[in-house]
Design a protein around this ligand. Structure first.
Ligand code: UDP
Length: 384
């Protein structure tokens, strides 16, 4: 689509993202900005992930104005970064936004931020202030988000802890807003949708019937720093957990070539492990509901699980989301085979330990983060 002329007095806001988790966390922001009114809200996607992004666009009812379709097989960080800069710059030149809104910590986040900075277009950062303190875990996300934080003049921190992290880096106080995490907005909106339309997650009916009566362990794994030995350890741990007669593992497998072949080789022939395609968001929300225990290296799942009262074992060395750990609903187990197995068994066998973790708790938001973000952006641009 070519850029339509701008309307004088109506700021053009360009919301940019490229991956599944960004889309999940940004669709409520796009809707809130449009509902707020007085702004020309546009969406650009880099499509850093293609299929996984498209699933969310559909369910989130977002039609991008600009789609750069940048994903290529086996893309390197260098090539993808370069393509983003050279392809996204001209989009900014053509569309002339008054503000760019980015999310989180992907390569899209950092490159869109740099491109905007080169043109002196202000950047708003949603999910600002997450820090692990280790630039190699998560990698390269820790640097993606730090660079973005240096440029942004609106920093939407999901928690007070994230706001504190920004203050420690001398980010100006009047740029920091504690909003809650928009993932909770997305989760609530999707739960409401599912209550009215359970058919939106009917794709899990078969696996639910197959594993009826068993206790479900649900799993996701995709982090770059876990590629190689980490993934092999996770697969070995799952194979041991799946030896239990009373358990079934449901594992939507990330399509990344560093993940899928490893999991298929190790787990493909086990009777009570279902390796399934990545789920669209309503199906994944249903899976979280079915599961007794969640094992993940994902960021978003760590935020969603506590609000569903599900214990989550985090297969990472560090986390930038300490609130779930502090609240007792999440526990770090790294990619250590023994720890993954031992902690999962403990949750399955020790009712007291399970109940202590399985408390519905919502440290990440109240479902109104997007409205707060839209309001702050509107006010910054003088929209009544
Ligand atoms: N998710 C999904 N389908 C799946 C696995 C995960 O919709 O098969 C959702 C999940 O609910 C969460 C988000 O994707 O909101 C997390 O994405 P991912 O794990 O890819 O990235 P991260 O959160 O680690 O950045």
């Amino acid at each position: 689509m070519t850029a339509p002329a701008k309307t004088p007095g109506v700021p053009r806001i360009l919301v940019c993202f490229g991956t599944r988790p960004e889309a999940i966390k940004m669709f409520p922001v796009v809707h809130a900005l449009r509902a707020r009114g007085g702004m020309d809200v546009r969406v650009a996607v880099t499509a850093q992930h293609r299929e996984l992004l498209d699933q969310v666009l559909e369910i989130g009812e977002i039609v991008p104005d600009i789609d750069l379709n940048l994903m290529t097989p086996g893309q390197t960080l260098d090539a993808l970064s370069a393509a983003m800069l050279t392809k996204f710059g001209p989009v900014l030149d053509e569309w002339q936004p008054d503000r760019v809104v980015v999310h989180g910590d992907t390569l899209t986040t950092m490159m869109v931020t740099l491109s905007s900075y080169f043109r002196q277009i202000p950047v708003a950062h949603v999910e600002a202030g997450l820090r692990s303190g280790n630039i190699y875990s998560p990698w390269p996300e820790e640097i993606n988000r730090r660079v973005t934080g240096v440029v942004a003049d609106l920093n939407f921190a999901p928690t007070e802890g994230a706001a504190e992290a920004l203050r420690r880096e001398n980010v100006a106080e009047d740029t920091i807003f504690v909003t809650g995490n928009t993932v909770i907005d997305a989760l609530f909106a999707t739960n409401d949708k599912l209550a009215a339309r359970p058919d939106l997650a009917a794709g899990l009916d078969d696996v639910a019937a197959r594993f009826a009566g068993r206790r479900i362990v649900a799993l996701t794994a995709h982090r770059r720093e876990n590629f190689g030995q980490g993934m092999a350890n996770i697969a070995a741990a799952v194979a041991r957990i799946a030896k239990r007669e009373d358990v079934a593992v449901i594992f939507p497998v990330h399509p990344n070539p560093n993940v899928r072949p490893v999991m298929e080789a190790a787990l493909g022939n086990l009777g009570n492990v279902a390796l399934i395609e990545p789920l669209d968001y309503p199906h994944f929300v249903r899976l979280m509901g079915m599961a007794e225990v969640l094992l993940t290296d994902s960021g978003g799942v760590q935020e969603e699980a506590p609000s569903r009262g599900k214990p989550v074992l985090v297969m990472r060395d560090t986390t930038e989301r300490p609130e779930g750990i502090e609240a007792g609903t999440a526990r770090l187990v790294a990619t250590d085979e023994e720890r993954i197995v031992a902690e999962t068994m403990r949750l399955l066998d020790d009712r007291g330990a399970y109940d202590a973790m399985a408390q519905a708790h919502n440290p990440y938001g109240d479902g109104k983060a997007s409205v707060r973000i839209a309001d702050a952006i509107a006010r910054r641009h003088g929209v009544a």
